[in-house]
Design a protein around this ligand. Structure first.
Ligand SMILES: [Zn+2]
Length: 257
């Protein structure tokens, strides 16, 4: 009842003068509404509360610095109790606060990002120092975390062995999943006239692997990249040229040149 009266008084007092208290049995007219003496009394009380509040606001506005000083003094004297209260409040309203924070930060995402960047730039040294102190203080805990992570990763690899086997197995699986034609390397070597398709020089048939100038079958689109094992995707290359293409990007040059 009281809060409703207070808000009613706030509303009315903006529009017309407040009710005045007369003797018992009198009625008051507020904003054209007839009020009983009891309600008039309540209204006057509420109006006084409101007036005091408004006065307080005006006073605080005028004495901002003094108020800040007093507030700080009060806080210093009651630090523990206030902090305890705040902690309790936050604990009790955890979810609400979380939602409020999220709504607020979502509504000013860009500003926040800019502010963060600026803050990090301006406080670089301080942040680095904080980081360093944290690492120093929690050295053991950090190490423990790293150990746990490593162990977890190793467990995961063990549990998914097929996914983490050696390179050749993955390559074989890839070849099997790509289109495959049945043909002998010799067929491709003969098709290319025993000319290395990279350097355009002759390949000696008699040289055997792993001689750098021996014949080798090159996949134009690498098998690892999903290239098929087909006649169209293979060519003759010196072993050395083939290896160099794989490691040095000669292939890309050739494709555009
Ligand atoms: Zn070559």
């Amino acid at each position: 009842m009281i809060p409703r009266i207070i808000s009613y008084v706030r509303y009315i007092s903006r529009k017309s003068p407040l009710p005045t208290q007369r003797g018992a049995g009198h009625t008051n007219l507020v904003g054209g509404v007839k009020l009983s003496p009891e309600v008039t009394t309540l209204l006057i009380m509420a109006a006084k509360i409101q007036r005091d509040r408004d006065n307080g606001k005006v006073w605080r506005e005028r004495n901002k610095e003094y108020k800040a000083l007093k507030d700080k003094e009060y806080y210093d004297n009651n630090k523990e109790r206030i902090n305890e209260q705040n902690r309790n409040y936050h604990h009790l309203h955890k979810e609400e606060i979380k939602v409020q924070k999220k709504v607020y930060s979502d509504s000013r995402k860009d500003e926040k990002r800019e502010y963060d960047i600026k803050y990090r730039e301006e406080n670089r040294d301080h942040l680095l120092e904080v980081q360093r102190l944290y690492r120093e203080k929690n050295r053991e805990a950090i190490r423990e975390r790293q150990r746990t992570k490593k162990a977890e990763a190793s467990e995961y690899r063990k549990a998914h062995k097929d996914r983490y086997s050696d390179h050749s197995k993955r390559r074989r699986a890839k070849i099997l999943s790509n289109p495959v034609e049945e043909f002998a390397s010799l067929e491709i070597y003969m098709r290319d006239g025993w000319i290395c398709q990279f350097c355009k020089k002759r390949v000696d048939k008699k040289l055997k692997w792993p001689h750098p100038m021996s014949a080798s079958l090159d996949h134009i689109i690498a098998v690892a990249d999903g290239g098929p094992h087909t006649r169209a995707n293979t060519q003759l290359a010196h072993l050395e040229c083939n290896v160099r293409a794989k490691t040095g990007g000669v292939k890309q040059l050739r494709m555009f040149g």
